[in-house]
Design a protein around this ligand. Sequence first.
Ligand code: FES
Length: 83
Amino acid sequence: MKEAKIKIIWPNNHETFVSEGDDWFSSAEKAGLEIPTGCLTGSCGACEIDVNGETVRACISDIKSKEKCILKVVLTTDPFWEN
Ligand code: FES
C-alpha cells in the first residue's frame, strides 16, 4: 500500500495528503474542487494547474514530488475557456 505523504495545499485552502502517482482529478475532488477539463489528451490546456510555480496539465500528469513534500496548487484560468 502506498503511503500518503505528499501534502497538497489547494486554492480553497483545503489540505490533503496524497501519494506519488495519484491522479490530479480525483485528488482535487477529495478536496472539494473540480479541475476544468476539455480534450483529456493533453492538447487543449483547459486542465492546466500551477503546482509550486510550474504549469502542469492535469489530464496527462500524475502527482509527482521531487524533494519537496508540500505542493501548492493554483487553478489557472484561460480567457479562451471562460464565457
Ligand atoms: S483537458 Fe485538454 S490538456 Fe488536459
